[in-house]
Design a protein around this ligand. Structure first.
Ligand code: PXP
Length: 238
């Protein structure tokens, strides 16, 4: 089964913002990434707008031709933005305002009422919903019970442990995917995936629908170019 590649373009906005002008041109990069074969574009606007700005989200929504995935903490401003845009998918992430990057999934049991309400609002606008979770079957069940369409497995720990012991690194993810497949909730994954660790993940996780990759893909592209790197990911994800 083919896994879709959604390229996270936050880093392009970070690079642009570092000079206060419009180079690189984020919209041109989005168009090129799609032309090179990406199945989707992911953005993760944070409240301080230090990389993707809310205005970028609106601009990208007008030109994106592939699946558009917007990730973030469902604070009021975020919900207003995504309801205005109506992207293909919204991924709910429990990131704190000052986090450098996401560092944990939701506790889908403790926050079930809060998440349930957000999911209902998104679903009533026809938006696919995904919940960012740690690889814990209890959290997968929690996401299923509040009606999420998908989970996004937080893969930092897999990526971190992969070079030490890949079988051990995948085991919780394998159990979580088994639970997700039993319940019939879709599986996405993301964080710290790269060309080195993604094949094994893809091989072991049955029914992996989508991966969203930013940091490594952009770093790898510095050496090899977007077109080659995207095509390498795509051939692994076939
Ligand atoms: N998923 C979520 C929820 C994230 O916050 C990020 C990073 O913005 C990613 C996936 C992609 O991670 P990476 O940039 O390490 O590929």
């Amino acid at each position: 089964m083919k896994t879709k590649l959604s390229v996270n373009v936050n880093k392009i906005a970070t690079l642009r913002n570092s000079r206060g002008q419009n180079t690189p041109n984020l919209l041109k990069v989005v168009e090129d990434i799609e032309r090179f074969g990406s199945d989707g574009i992911t953005i993760h606007p944070r409240p301080d707008q230090r990389h993707i700005r809310y205005s970028d989200a609106l601009d990208i929504s007008k030109i994106v031709n592939s699946e558009f995935n917007i990730e973030g903490n469902p604070i009021d401003k975020f919900m207003e933005l995504v309801l205005k845009i109506n992207p293909t998918q919204v991924t709910l992430v429990p990131d704190e305002i000052n986090n450098i990057t996401s560092d944990s999934g939701w506790d889908t049991i403790k926050h079930s009422d809060f998440l349930y309400k957000k999911i209902q609002v998104l679903k009533s606008s026809g938006i696919r919903t995904s919940i960012f979770v740690n690889p814990d079957p209890k959290m997968i069940r929690g996401a299923f019970e509040i009606g999420a369409d998908r989970i996004e497995l937080y893969t930092y720990h897999y990526a971190h442990d992969f070079n030490l012991d890949k079988e051990k690194a995948i085991s919780q993810y394998f159990q979580s995917a088994k639970e997700a497949n039993k319940l019939g909730i879709g599986i996405n994954a993301g964080h710290d995936l790269n060309l080195n660790n993604i094949s094994f993940f893809k091989e072991k996780i049955t029914n992996l629908l989508e991966v969203s990759i930013g940091h490594a893909l952009i770093t790898e592209s510095l050496y090899d170019g977007f077109e080659n790197v995207i095509s390498k990911y795509k051939s692994i994800l076939q």
